[in-house]
Write a new protein. Structure first.
Ligand SMILES: [Zn+2]
Length: 86
């Protein structure tokens, strides 16, 4: 994505205003620069609600990822123990 991205508030439908942009070097820092852009709803109260909702979504996703990891781990452990007993 390049240039000005026009986004609309998912809650009230107003055009979101550009707030800030920053770069970072990802988790592993191997030359991959991730470009972040943040926009906010012009309505402060609305933005607070939207922020809370996004945070909730992030938390839920993190939880799902964590569960997935545990399931994979358990499966590989089960496989290993099955191999060990036969
Ligand atoms: Zn809004």
């Amino acid at each position: 994505m390049r240039g000005q991205t026009f986004t609309i508030c998912i809650r009230c439908g107003k055009a979101r205003i550009f707030s800030k942009s920053w770069k970072d070097h990802g988790e592993f820092g191997k030359g991959t620069v991730i470009f972040h852009e943040e926009s906010r709803c012009p309505d402060k109260d609305c933005q607070t609600v939207v922020d809370a909702k996004f945070q909730e979504m992030r938390d839920r996703r993190a939880l799902t990822e964590e569960r997935k990891r545990i399931v994979i781990l358990e499966r590989s452990l089960a496989k290993k123990s099955k191999l060990a007993t036969t």
